[in-house]
Design a protein around this ligand. Structure first.
Ligand code: ZN
Ligand code: ZN
Length: 263
């Protein structure tokens, strides 16, 4: 299993990703991975915030006559279906076309209840489980993806202080987060904040990098990728963020555009 930092996942030995985690502007980089061929696979959304959906209308491999895409969103509190929810962002006058006008064969759906069971469900020959996690403004899930050989957990937007301060003040190591990250080869986690920003900014729905590393340690993850950087960070800031964990177990690295990892 391999992935890159806009969180596209592909099976070992295959030539193209078949699973995309979220649909932010990172989707603009996927056509190059596909050699400009149409996308045939699934997109799993963690939640519907702009930074996780606004790549969708500009996803050339998906907006393509040969595309075959299944897009799944978390169950909505008001029961709204996926296409309807996406059309709130993607329809006139905010955008010229709606989701149903993307070319190719698109299927929009809500995560089935079985995705929240212990065994999860099959998606593109991966085993996927979802768990609801605290964030802000709308239901948010984290994902665990496995190919039977390697596993990863993906919690891009997570506010564990909503549940409590936890043992070290970074937020509670709650059962949903621990289940997703248990013994994974790779934990991709929200690291939006430095610890000294937590008190003032956690209410926006994000985690300190220290929580990401702490969760990795509590859950037995082998590697943590710090993800969802604050937009105004400079490279020096991110180097400083990651360097704080140079001697940490598990191994910690910072996500960057184009990062590729083999698991
Ligand atoms: Zn969010
Ligand atoms: Zn986000």
């Amino acid at each position: 299993m391999a992935l890159s930092a806009d969180a596209d996942v592909q099976h070992s030995g295959s030539s193209a990703p078949t699973l995309l985690l979220d649909a932010g502007t990172g989707l603009r980089q996927v056509p190059a991975l596909l050699n400009q061929r149409p996308y045939k696979g699934s997109i799993l959304l963690s939640h519907l915030h702009w930074d996780h959906v606004q790549g969708l209308p500009f996803f050339k491999s998906g907006d393509h006559p040969g595309a075959q895409v299944t897009l799944l969103i978390p169950p909505q509190e008001d029961g709204a279906d996926a296409e309807h929810v996406l059309a709130r962002m993607m329809s006139p006058p905010l955008f010229p076309i709606g989701p149903h006008q993307l070319r190719g064969n698109w299927r929009f759906g809500v995560l089935p209840p079985a995705a929240f069971s212990d065994d999860g469900v099959a998606v593109e020959s991966f085993r996927m489980t979802a768990r609801e996690i605290p964030h802000k403004g709308g239901r948010t899930v984290g994902y665990r993806i496995s190919d039977g050989h390697a596993s990863l957990a993906y919690l891009p937007d997570h506010c564990p202080t909503e549940i409590g301060p936890g043992p070290d003040g970074w937020g509670a190591y709650h059962p949903a987060a621990l289940e997703l990250a248990r013994d994974v080869d790779l934990l991709i986690h929200d690291a939006h904040l430095f610890p000294d920003e937590l008190a003032a900014e956690a209410s926006f729905g994000h985690a300190a990098a220290d929580y990401a590393v702490g969760l990795g340690a509590h859950a037995g993850a082998r590697q943590v990728v710090l993800f969802h950087h604050k937009p105004d960070r400079r490279d020096d800031d991110l180097d400083r963020l990651v360097a704080r964990f140079a001697s940490a177990a598990p191994t910690v690295r910072g996500a960057f555009d184009g990062l590729e990892l083999d698991l």
